[in-house]
Write a new protein. Structure first.
Length: 144
């Protein structure tokens, strides 16, 4: 009779087992969260890359048009506002255009403000800004 009571005893989690499960879940999250953040930043950076390519193509077309005769220093002159991509309600980047470069600068909505990506017209190369913010939040491997 005593043996049958011992077999019916319920098995419960001990405190050590519970702590081990919490520790394993914590380790998994410490590995997943940085990977997810890299993925999110890479996706947001994709918006800038596509928009810079649109601006660069439009600028080359504008320059090659004999009626214009000069570089467009303003994005409004290129008539591309409707072609630029937005991942959110607002642009994640501010774009500036000079006679030789398109520069995308991150806005606060990106997560950090002031990181820069440069594209040298008309055919590249791509370059990250030389400041600490750019080097900390953007990865040069993400650029085409």
């Amino acid at each position: 009779m005593a043996d049958s009571n011992a077999l019916k005893k319920e098995k419960k989690f001990s405190l050590i087992e519970l702590i081990m499960i919490i520790m394993v879940v914590g380790i998994i999250f410490t590995l997943i969260i940085p990977l997810r953040n890299d993925y999110v930043y890479k996706e947001r950076l994709g918006e800038a890359i596509r928009n810079i390519q649109i601006i660069a193509r439009a600028d080359v077309e504008f320059k090659n048009n004999p009626d214009n005769g000069y570089y467009a220093f303003d994005l409004g002159m290129l008539n591309i506002k409707d072609k630029l991509e937005k991942n959110t309600e607002e642009y994640l980047f501010e774009y500036t255009l000079t006679d030789s470069t398109v520069v995308a600068t991150t806005k606060e909505i990106f997560g950090k403000k002031g990181a820069q990506i440069s594209y040298f017209l008309p055919t590249g190369p791509w370059q990250l800004g030389e400041d600490k913010v750019s080097k900390n939040i953007l990865n040069a491997n993400w650029l085409p």
